[in-house]
Design a protein around this ligand. Structure first.
Ligand code: NAD
Length: 313
């Protein structure tokens, strides 16, 4: 496993990280014991970075992850979790300092740890960014000074929101999702800016939250019909070549050197083993070009997220 330094921090994250949202049965009903086995396999197989959030399964993912991490030496893993998002609706966001502090205490208790390595504001585009800059981020900075967290940053889908925050506040890292994968590589439009500001880049959702798998996207997936159809065409092309589209998706997502770590979610040790084996194999650039050609026809590879003023479209 390759380990990469996260921005200006002293954290070295495995190139592939473990995204714990499936432990909250976000994609499909998950058997807790298999979920726990997947976390143990991830650590045994060289993954040292795990990401979670109170939002995933409405605290279930953190609770199951806490059970999985029990008894494991704290220096064996780098842990991130989040605050600010507690449900799917606009009303479920609260990035006030009081809620952030309470949220951290609750997450630490569920996860069974004394400190988070990385603490992230979850999906900033749903909140007034001026408020995030004036109130929420200073709270994270204070928590860092108090030694409750080691590093902090934000997560979000619209690149414009990430850009605005990075230009106005010194962060340790950002977590972007679905913006560097086979269907959309627009994260590259801000990687130089992030690097100039010393901000580490975490890339999530290499399968675009299930779009680039044989099973396809879950019902709640925000992608428009046109994008789902393009993913089906890409999957058909891969299957004609005798290749699983998820293999190409995984290899592609981890391939860019500006990205420190890519988070994949699964509650299956077999899927995780495949992902780890695939990223060690060479990428078929010819096939990637053909797949990217399919997405170049796609009118809507980006979907709206959050407040209209924070959206990319
Ligand atoms: P993902 O692209 O990792 O897709 C997960 C889906 O892919 C699951 O249905 C899983 O079963 C399937 N899958 C994984 N490996 C597979 C394989 N080898 N074969 C077949 N199917 C496979 O998307 P994700 O889970 O949303 O993202 C990964 C992690 O990134 C999350 O768990 C979370 O930690 C983080 N994330 C954060 C944010 C945010 O902060 N806003 C958003 C998205 C993701």
């Amino acid at each position: 496993m390759q380990y990469n330094k996260l921005g200006n921090t002293d954290l070295e994250l495995s190139r592939l990280g473990y995204g714990a949202s499936p432990l909250g049965s976000v994609f499909a009903q998950v058997d807790q014991s298999i979920g726990i086995r997947t976390v143990h396999s991830a650590l045994d197989w060289g993954i040292n970075y795990i990401d979670c959030s109170p939002y995933y399964g409405l605290t279930k993912a953190e609770t199951v992850l806490g059970k999985a991490l029990k008894g494991i030496p704290r220096d064996r893993y780098i842990l991130s979790s989040k605050a600010g998002r507690y449900g799917p609706e606009q009303a479920d966001f609260d990035m006030s300092p009081a809620r952030i502090r309470a949220s951290l205490d609750e997450s630490l208790q569920r996860l069974g740890v004394d400190e988070l390595d990385i603490f992230l504001l979850h999906d900033i585009e749903f909140v007034d960014l001026e408020y995030v800059l004036a109130e929420s981020l200073p709270c994270l900075e204070a928590l860092k000074k108090e030694g409750r967290i080691r590093y902090f940053g934000v997560t979000g889908y619209p690149l414009q929101s990430l850009q605005k925050i990075v230009q106005n506040y010194q962060l340790d890292c950002v977590l972007s999702y679905c913006r560097y994968a086979l269907h959309d590589t627009s994260l590259l439009s801000i990687t130089e800016l992030l690097q100039q500001h010393g901000v580490g880049i975490i890339n999530a959702s290499p399968t675009a939250m299930g779009l680039l798998t044989k099973r396809g996207a879950p019902d709640w997936h925000p992608a428009e019909r046109a994008l789902i159809d393009c993913c089906r065409r890409a999957q058909q092309l891969c299957s004609e070549r005798g290749i699983n589209i998820t293999q190409v998706a995984m290899q592609f997502a981890v391939s860019h050197q500006a990205i420190c770590s890519t988070l994949v979610g699964t509650a299956s040790p077999d899927n995780l083993r495949n992902n780890l084996d695939w990223i060690e194999q060479p990428l078929d650039h010819g096939l990637v070009d053909e797949i990217r050609e399919i997405f170049s026809d796609c009118a809507h590879s980006v979907w709206p997220s959050g407040l209209a003023e924070n959206s990319d479209s």
